[in-house]
Design a protein around this ligand. Structure first.
Ligand code: GDP
Length: 456
């Protein structure tokens, strides 16, 4: 691959002013190239994993005093010769040094190109490479844990083992095809069926884990719903402990959605504030109501807030019925306990649903509500260290693998010939291979790595 022959350069630290900045070079020629602009020891004669002090020069002009770290192939992230230049963190200095290196023959790296090279050179598989990006972008403890375990290969190992077992069967069936005249069966159909069923079980578990994985990575889209003035904005504020939403006495003033995140034990709840669910004459408000309904459809969890100071049991029950029809997890919350009658609380407490009573205004019982929120997310699978699928691309490939495995099972039921079985098994292998990168296309790779930042 010609691409891999040239030396790439990029700033590895964030753009902007800092105490230091690190410029990274990778490629066969990177050490010679750095040596051309560096004055100090002869870098080409130094050992791997050593650091050298000196100056970067443009002709006779000193650009900066720097530390240069050397990584000799294959002992580097990309498995190629690599150099890291730690210079002073000024935009001007960084620009000058990169320009100098480009003038000496380096090429500016594309987003994710360092990681792509690491993948191409066998440092890790594709799922692990993608985990590098997830790790950089992880913003909470759970996401960080999931990315770290994936980068260290947990998920890949599981997929690879399954693939190897299937490859074994595929090759036995291929062997049968070579002997097709003689009507022999090297691959026991019963064993194959058992293996496929086992695979389907494991893949089914991985597919199911995506719900949790998605929650871990992206947070749970949560909507706070309820009639205008029920106290939704006040509750959002109480939960987030900040004055982020507009609170007002005028019904229906919260017209726009304010998205915010609440972290509980490392899990992110992404809140979507709604404009209230009351049917209304007000045109703008009506749009808000319509959008609220849409948001309820999009949400994975609904916190439904009732104003106990004005709503009656009959009204409340009607609303709860409607909520049940949506078929989504919901929490029933009675607000304004400071103004509610004891009788109403008693009646609701006796209903078949679990109620949480709060005063959003006084921040009463908000902790209990947070505990209820956590109960709705089942994190058990994650905590026991099971593999969790967090990547939508992997999820898609798993779904396709399962379809192909179903085809194999159907083939077995219909007692089709070995060549047909082999075709369906190959299809399953193809989709499994897409996850770890045994099977790739340039488009796929381009797509994945272009989502990385430059310098990674
Ligand atoms: P929204 O329209 O559902 O977003 O309701 P708001 O959060 O704007 O609240 C409407 C009114 O109810 C405001 O005046 C709040 O101060 C008041 N409110 C919210 N929570 C409570 C509470 O627990 N007790 C009382 N008495 N008033 C509350």
């Amino acid at each position: 691959m010609q691409d891999i022959q040239d030396t790439i350069v990029a700033l590895a630290t964030p753009q902007g002013v800092g105490a230091i900045a690190v410029i990274r070079l990778s490629g066969v020629g990177s050490i010679e190239l750095a040596n051309k602009v560096f004055k100090g020891k002869d870098l080409t004669k130094q050992d791997s994993h050593t650091i050298h002090f000196g100056t970067i020069r443009d002709g006779e002009t000193i650009v900066d005093e720097v530390l240069v770290s050397l990584f000799v192939a294959p002992k580097s992230f990309t498995k190629e010769n690599s150099v890291e230049i730690s210079c002073h963190g000024s935009r001007y200095i960084v620009k000058r040094i990169i320009e100098l290196l480009v003038r000496q023959g380096a090429r500016l790296a594309k987003p994710g190109e360092f990681t792509k090279r690491a993948f191409m050179n066998g440092q890790f598989d594709l799922a692990q490479a993608e985990a590098v990006a997830d790790l950089i972008h992880s913003e909470n403890e759970a996401a960080h844990q999931a990315a770290l375990s994936q980068m260290r290969g947990g998920f890949s190992t599981e997929i690879k083992e399954l693939r190897e077992q299937l490859i074994h069967f595929a090759s036995m069936i291929e062997l049968e095809l070579d002997f097709s005249e003689e009507d022999v069966e090297f691959a026991s159909r019963d064993d194959l069926r058992k293996l496929i069923e086992k695979l389907k079980y494991v893949i089914g578990r991985l597919i199911k884990s995506f719900d949790l994985g998605n929650v871990i990575k992206n947070g749970i889209p949560t909507v706070i719903a309820g009639k205008p003035n029920a106290g939704k904005s006040t509750l959002l504020n109480a939960l987030l402990n900040e004055e982020k939403a507009i609170v007002s006495d005028v019904a229906g003033t919260t017209r726009d959605f304010i998205e915010d995140e609440l972290l509980i034990e490392g899990v992110a709840f992404r809140f979507i504030d709604t404009a209230g669910l009351r049917e209304t004459e007000d045109k703008v408000e009506a749009i808000g109501v319509e959008r609220s309904r849409e948001k309820m459809k999009e949400a994975s969890l609904i916190i439904y807030l009732f104003d106990l100071s004005v709503e009656s049991v009959t009204e409340i029950n009607q609303e709860v019925n409607r909520l049940e029809n949506l078929g989504k997890p919901f929490l029933l919350v009675g607000n304004k306990t400071d103004k509610a009658s004891e009788d109403l609380r008693m009646q609701l407490g006796k209903s078949e649903h679990h109620w949480t009573f709060i005063s959003a205004d006084r921040k009463d019982n908000i902790e209990a509500l947070k505990e209820e929120l956590m109960k709705t997310v089942n994190l058990d699978g994650f905590k026991t260290g099971d593999t969790v699928v967090t990547n939508a691309r992997h999820y898609e490939s798993l779904l396709r693998t399962r379809e192909a495995l179903d085809d194999v099972l159907r083939g077995l039921d219909l007692q089709v010939t070995g060549d047909f079985l082999a075709m369906d098994i190959k299809q399953s292998l193809h989709h499994l291979g897409e996850i770890t990168g045994e099977i790739t296309t340039d488009d796929l790779l381009g797509n994945i790595f272009s989502n990385f930042c430059i310098g990674k």
